[in-house]
Design a protein around this ligand. Structure first.
Ligand code: APR
Length: 320
């Protein structure tokens, strides 16, 4: 059987890391696409040359021609510009919206059956715009944010509790921004919810609050440290987890920016929610019951995303 074809639109920091991970995990053959001629070809060749030592079997091709993504099973989109220190994800909106238009058209024309994972920021608005520009079914277009946000949360919690990250689960809802909603009562160590761990003296409420805030600021912390770009290892690893669930029909329960129609009081809107990812794409949105406070935080986050979508419509009349 032919290997799956994975198209990476954008061959920058995240795109290159994605290509390396996909090859190492032998998830399929890779096409790296970028508008900066030379970059995708150079990265593809460099990673292909790592194959014998890896060892891994995968073909990698770098290109500036959308025709090369023809028939891709998965497209992961990182095309656009990343943040610089002092910028919020929202500051990228105008520039990256134009990029989503060309990427959406390129995917629609060449890989209309692909499962599309958007990473470009501001995430929730960009995944919505990408879906609009591409016209693909809603369940085949989603955004990577929740897996990354909850991975950051899990990392901080595991470090605080001195336990394996494998035994920490975390739940993050809402938009991928300052208003994201880490849900402590649905986050656990081996099934024990975080509020119980506070009662058990494993940590204090103050420390837990600080971890929640650090999770919200997780992207900015990396931007501040790097000084000339944004995070790429953890975002790429998170997107590969989603792609793998689709390609292998694993039906993993993963939080991602998905089209929510009916659940959470939303009618047709992209925002971070728990989903089931399998061979049909986003197969289910898991609709959990929120407390009054949690619902208020979620609503605030949704409002922030709605503001960005409105700004997109003002910039590009074809989206209105
Ligand atoms: N089509 C294809 N590629 C494009 C386009 C376009 N229209 N415009 C820009 N690119 C390419 C750039 O040439 C660059 O190689 O996108 C790549 C982006 O790579 P980086 O600048 O290294 O950014 P990266 O760190 O990979 O982040 C990409 O993901 O997390 C988000 O905020 C981040 O929006 C940013 C995106």
């Amino acid at each position: 059987m032919a290997r799956p074809k994975i198209a990476l639109i954008g061959a920058g920091q995240i795109g290159g890391t994605l290509a390396h991970l996909v090859a190492l995990k032998e998830l399929g053959d890779v096409v790296l696409f970028d508008i900066a001629d030379g970059t995708p070809q150079g990265k593809a060749l460099d990673i292909a040359e790592a194959g014998p030592a890896g060892p891994f079997d995968a073909t990698l091709k770098g290109t500036t021609d959308y025709a090369d993504i023809a028939g891709a099973d998965v497209c992961i989109v990182t095309a656009g510009v990343p943040r610089k220190p002092g910028m919020s994800r929202d500051d990228l909106l105008g520039i990256n919206l134009k990029v989503m238009k060309s990427v959406g058209e390129g995917i629609a024309a060449n890989a209309p059956n692909a499962f599309v994972i958007c990473i470009t920021n501001p995430l929730d608005a960009m995944v919505w715009a990408l879906r609009e520009f591409s016209g693909l079914p809603h369940e085949k277009v989603c955004g990577m944010a929740g897996v990354l946000d909850s991975a950051r949360f899990r990392h901080f919690l595991a470090t605080e509790f001195e336990v394996s990250m494998k035994d920490v689960t975390a739940f993050v809802l809402g938009g991928h921004g300052d208003t994201m909603v880490p849900l402590t009562r649905y986050s656990t160590v081996a099934g024990i919810p975080l509020p119980d761990l506070v009662d058990m003296g494993w940590t204090t409420q103050e420390k837990l609050d600080a971890i929640v805030q650090r999770t919200r600021d997780g992207g900015a912390e990396i931007v501040g440290l790097l000084g000339n770009g944004s995070a790429f290892y953890a975002p790429a690893t998170s997107a590969v987890e989603m792609a793998e669930s689709y390609l292998k029909d694993q039906k993993r329960v993963l939080p991602c920016a998905a089209y929510v129609d009916g659940a959470y009081g939303l009618d047709g809107f992209y925002v971070g929610v728990p989903t089931v990812i399998g061979k049909d794409g986003i197969e289910r949105v898991v609709n959990i019951k929120l407390s009054k406070d949690e619902q208020a935080m979620f609503d605030k986050s949704v409002d922030a995303v709605k503001g960005l979508v409105k700004a997109c419509k003002e910039i590009d009349g074809s989206l209105a």
